[in-house]
Design a protein around this ligand. Structure first.
Ligand SMILES: [Zn+2]
Length: 603
């Protein structure tokens, strides 16, 4: 699977990585007994059945069955190839990889996107350098300082300056060996009808837009003077999709996890401003409406999401849309309101970060009170007809709340304000709820306090099947047991997937490897078999196992083998009898087969 990468490198990187730390970047893990548990990032669940073993350096989900080592995890969650996962970890652990390391037979397309990505990293450095060190950049630098950016922020966000030149970047990229046509595709250069290439960003302050791995994938350029448009962004490219990118997610990730909260802004300027005001758990959409992919990503990391959009009409409408989407994917959603039609950046500039935190973020509305305020604007509550429509709309929203106490709270509020009976309102909400098919249940706590391991109802397996599973679990832990089993029955397991696992395992130990499940699964290509091996390795088995127990498992597997062989023999006899036209004998054999099969099931 590792192709032509030296296996020692693969192992070295895996060994210098801690799977708990890597997965901890994506999943909130809590230690319970020997393992760490969290909510599975691969399937939706409310109680954690996703477990990570630090000893074994593997993960396994008891819910959906996914499992593997640190490479498998990154491949699954990031959609990486094996090499990409390897490179990512090599970078994090400071391990050198051979230079010639490349994807096996890279397609032209991936070569081109690799070049596009590299060019973005070069330009990030170049633009930043020009801002800090060139004569032309001085004006841009002063502009940033005047707008309240600190040196630290300019450094942290690698803010830069693109010189006011037709071909400065054209020449730079050509010298680096990039094909200008690819650079046009990357949105870094533009081209005219005569096929002449030119710099896309000229005389602008440049904000690199990073993907969630911290790599620049696009730029936003702000004009310094009267140049239009005020903002010029990279176009959508293979690397940059506005609906997917969440600005600053790479830097904010750990703060979001710590606070269990994320603040969602509309623009990257707000994010940077907030960061300067000591608010580090903030991300921004790229001025497009929040996509469900982004909503789901945020939900994985944060329990609470505070939407903080611009205070004008457009900002409020966008906040309503985002709030509804976040609510629908099950996020605890709040909306912060910025007054006087200001945007968050402007508010911070004007009143400072402390006031922003105190008056805007800390006083953000719950989803429902935000919606109530929002709906109110459309109706004249002095008029009876309007009032009734308004109340109906609000009841619809209240009906969508999960918790009964919360519903009751707002119903009381409405009842008092409009002098209505709470009972009537409750009935109405109940009617809406049953109509829309919402079940009455309190949401479960994300984590229960007990330390019992999550158990999943497994189908009852026949005894021989359990024997094989137990035996493999011991074999994975102990090469001596594997050796013994190999001598006794070799690969003669009854379940085909088990045969595949033990065959790999024998080869693995024969190569002189120690028991190491995380390393072992690298040998297995088939994902479902890999998952099964992991599942077996995670199964709780006692520390000490007697020879007798191992012997019992082996006998169980053997007798099942014999029974199966018997049946197979009978089946071929049956065929013979039929061919030789001996109906009575054939019927006898058929009866015997049915009887044997029945017995087999009851083992
Ligand atoms: Zn799962």
């Amino acid at each position: 699977m590792a192709g032509h990468i030296p296996e020692e490198k693969v192992d070295e990187i895996r060994r210098s990585t801690d799977i708990v730390e890597v997965i901890g970047n994506y999943v909130d893990l809590k230690k319970q007994g020997r393992n760490h548990f969290g909510l599975c990032p691969f399937h939706g669940e409310n109680t954690p059945s996703f477990s990570v073993s630090q000893d074994k350096q593997i993960f396994h989900c008891f819910g959906c069955g996914k499992g593997g080592n640190v490479y498998t995890f990154l491949m699954e969650i990031e959609g990486f190839s094996f090499i990409q996962a390897l490179k990512q970890l090599a970078e994090q652990t400071g391990t050198d990889l051979p230079d010639q390391l490349s994807e096996e037979a890279p397609s032209e397309k991936s070569q081109e996107s690799q070049a596009m990505l590299e060019a973005h990293q070069w330009l990030t450095k170049l633009y930043h350098h020009l801002l800090k060190n060139s004569k032309d950049g001085r004006e841009a630098y002063q502009y940033l300082i005047d707008r309240g950016f600190t040196d630290e922020t300019i450094q942290k966000y690698q803010i830069g300056y693109s010189p006011d030149s037709r071909d400065f970047v054209v020449t730079f990229l050509e010298k680096k060996g990039y094909h200008p046509q690819s650079m046009v595709k990357a949105g870094l250069l533009s081209t005219n009808d005569h096929g002449e290439y030119a710099d896309r960003f000229r005389g602008r302050v440049i904000f690199p837009l990073r993907n969630h791995l911290g790599k620049t994938v696009a730029f936003a350029g702000r004009s310094l003077g009267q140049q239009e448009p005020k903002y010029l962004n990279s176009p959508e490219t293979e690397l940059f999709h506005k609906g997917r990118l969440l600005y600053n997610f790479d830097l904010a990730r750990s703060a979001i996890r710590k606070e269990k909260t994320v603040i969602l802004f509309e623009g990257f300027g707000d994010v940077i401003s907030a960061d300067q005001a000591d608010i580090h758990h903030a991300v921004g959409t790229m001025g497009t409406s929040l996509s469900s992919m982004q909503a789901n990503l945020l939900k994985k990391y944060a329990e609470q999401i505070i939407i903080c959009y611009d205070g004008d009409r457009a900002g409020i409408e966008a906040a309503v849309k985002a709030a509804k989407l976040l609510k629908s994917v099950g996020c605890q959603t709040y909306v912060a309101r910025v007054p006087d039609e200001l945007d968050p950046d402007e508010f911070i500039q004007k009143y400072g970060g402390d006031r922003f935190k105190r008056e805007i973020i800390d006083t953000s509305d719950t989803y429902i009170s935000f919606m109530m305020n929002y709906l109110r604007r459309d109706y004249n509550l002095q008029v009876e007809g309007d009032r009734i429509t308004y109340i109906e709309k609000v009841l619809q929203e209240i009906a969508g709340l999960d918790r009964a106490v919360e519903r009751e709270h707002y119903l009381n509020e409405i009842a008092t304000e409009f002098q209505l009976s709470v009972e009537t309102l409750k009935e109405e909400v109940q009617r809406i709820r049953s109509q829309s098919g919402v079940k009455d249940k309190e949401p479960k706590n994300r984590y229960t306090n007990d330390t019992r391991q999550p158990t999943v109802q497994k189908k009852l397996l026949p005894a021989f099947h359990n024997a094989e599973r137990k035996l493999i679990a011991y074999m994975l832990r102990d090469p001596y047991i594997a050796d013994k089993v190999q001598e006794e029955i070799g690969g003669a397991f009854n379940i085909e997937d088990h045969q595949v696992i033990v065959t790999h395992l024998y080869a693995y130990y024969e190569d002189g490897n120690e028991s190491d499940i995380s390393q072992f699964v690298e040998m297995i290509e088939d994902a479902s078999i890999k998952n099964l091996a992991i599942e077996l390795a995670m199964a709780p088995v006692s520390e000490e196992v007697s020879d007798q127990e191992i012997h019992d498992y082996i006998s169980r597997i053997r007798s099942e083998q014999w029974d199966r062989t018997d049946i197979r023999n009978l089946e071929s006899e049956l065929k013979k009898a039929e061919q030789q036209n001996e109906p009575i004998r054939a019927a006898e054999i058929a009866m015997e087969i049915i009887k044997r099969k029945k017995e087999l099931k009851h083992h």
